[in-house]
Write a protein that binds this ligand. Structure first.
Ligand code: NDP
Ligand code: MG
Length: 390
């Protein structure tokens, strides 16, 4: 082990898809990374198993009703890991000074409080939980700056843009950010063909293996909408300068267009370990285990305009940025409720954008001045969207 290079990681959402990709990198580089804390929501056995393998100082089960099971399970394994529970537990873990890096890989607005906690503790944050920055982008960026935290985008598009922007951090000469979208599993389908889509079909992404919520978001194009909002805050660019282009091969992860006519792209296999590795090791580069691109066999790279008639969620996200204030939080909350209802068989696929649009139009506008106001909007949007679905 080289002195001073060991990073201590708090992995929020360890049992999920991003969590697992992160752990593969930890396995590959035991001399660089150590897990000091990890969390899951309800998968208690998976969490205890991970504690047995990684021996963290702390483990948190977000569903507080499972605290006793976690405590007893850790004890039965003879582990010294301190058990924690609930949102408080996640926030304490994210702020604990025994970790320097927090990987925010919880899905949904459930990740907001712990992301802010990491920011207030001045951590290096690898942000996968895009919902936090959609819900409270301006406040999150302010908090990161105020407490000297560092934010590294894990979302592959934003990670690509981060790699293509000028190293000094300025925006001079940047004309546009171009986010690529795979188009999801239903690229090229008509509305009529989407009427009977099942959750299993929606979760079968052609290029990426991901959790169920983001897989549905990719199928509706809401994922790209959330990513436009994310890019707007992360990189301080106006919505008009953020363009989405469909690129079914998912090789070009995103691009930066400069005023001199140069377009810089970041490419690679569609594997999240590349983006996570860059966030973990920045400014260095480490082996991520992802295979290199073979351009001789790659074939065609295609680019097309997104079909926002069939997939209106992308336009709804631009509407939310235009309205500002609590609108992105409302959009996000309504979407989470609608996606959950779809996954549970209570809402047809095509009704997801309808629920989001109705909620966005029904709720009163509020400024995005403090987190309490945004969380209240989130709760109200959830109530409204749930009522519409019933
Ligand atoms: P998964 O569904 O695979 O994992 C989600 C994780 O969050 C699990 O550890 C889960 O615990 C935990 N979790 C779920 N609900 C809660 C809750 N209410 N409170 C606390 N923890 C909770 O999701 P992904 O890993 O796919 O995605 C995670 C985040 O990363 C999302 O915001 C997604 O948009 C983003 N992202 C993911 C990408 C990917 O390739 N997967 C790509 C880009 C961004 P449990 O297992 O116990 O339910
Ligand atoms: Mg993405």
């Amino acid at each position: 082990m080289r002195p001073g290079t060991m990073k201590s990681l708090c992995l929020l959402g360890a049992s999920g898809s991003i969590g697992q990709s992160t752990l593969k990198l930890v396995d590959q580089h035991p001399d660089r990374f150590r897990i000091t804390a990890m969390s899951a929501h309800t998968q208690i056995d998976a969490l205890i198993d991970l504690c047995r393998r990684y021996r963290p100082l702390q483990a948190c089960i977000a569903d507080s009703s499972l605290f006793t099971a976690l405590r007893d399970g850790l004890r039965a394994e003879g582990l010294a890991t301190t058990p924690l529970a609930g949102s408080e537990g996640l926030q304490d873990m994210a702020a604990d000074n025994r970790s320097d890096t927090v990987i925010a890989a919880i899905v949904g607005a459930a990740g907001v409080a712990s992301t802010f906690s990491a920011a207030r503790a001045g951590k290096r944050i690898l942000l996968a939980n895009k919902e936090s920055i959609v819900l409270a982008g301006q406040l999150l960026m302010q908090t990161v700056a105020e407490y000297g935290a560092q934010l590294f985008p894990v979302d592959s598009e934003h990670n690509a843009i981060f790699q293509c922007l000028p190293a000094h951090g300025g925006r001079a000469g940047v004309r546009r950010l171009i986010l690529t979208a795979s188009g999801g599993p239903f690229l090229g389908k008509t509305r009529a063909e989407l009427a009977t889509i099942t959750p299993e079909q929606a979760c079968r992404h052609p290029k990426w293996s991901m959790g169920r919520k983001i897989s549905v978001d990719s199928a509706t194009l809401m994922n790209k909408g959330l990513e436009v909002i994310e890019a707007h805050h992360l990189f301080g660019m106006p919505a008009e300068a953020i363009e989405v282009v469909v690129h079914p091969q998912s090789i070009v992860h995103s691009m930066v267009d400069y005023c001199d006519g140069s377009v810089l792209a970041q490419m690679g296999e569609p594997d999240m370990r590349t983006a996570i590795a860059y966030g973990l090791s920045y400014p260095e580069r480490i082996d991520s285990g992802v295979k290199t691109l073979d351009f001789r066999t790659l074939g065609r790279l295609e680019f097309q305009t997104p079909d926002t008639e069939t997939f209106p969620c992308l336009s709804l996200a631009y509407t939310a940025i235009g309205r500002g204030g609590n609108a992105p939080a409302v959009l996000n909350a309504a979407n989470e409720v609608a996606v959950m209802a779809f996954l549970e068989g209570r809402l047809p696929f095509l009704a997801i954008p309808d629920i989001v649009a109705q909620t966005l139009d029904a709720l009163a506008w509020e400024p995005a001045e403090d987190l309490a106001v945004l969380m209240a909007s989130d709760a109200e949007a959830r109530r409204y969207a749930n009522n519409r679905i019933h």
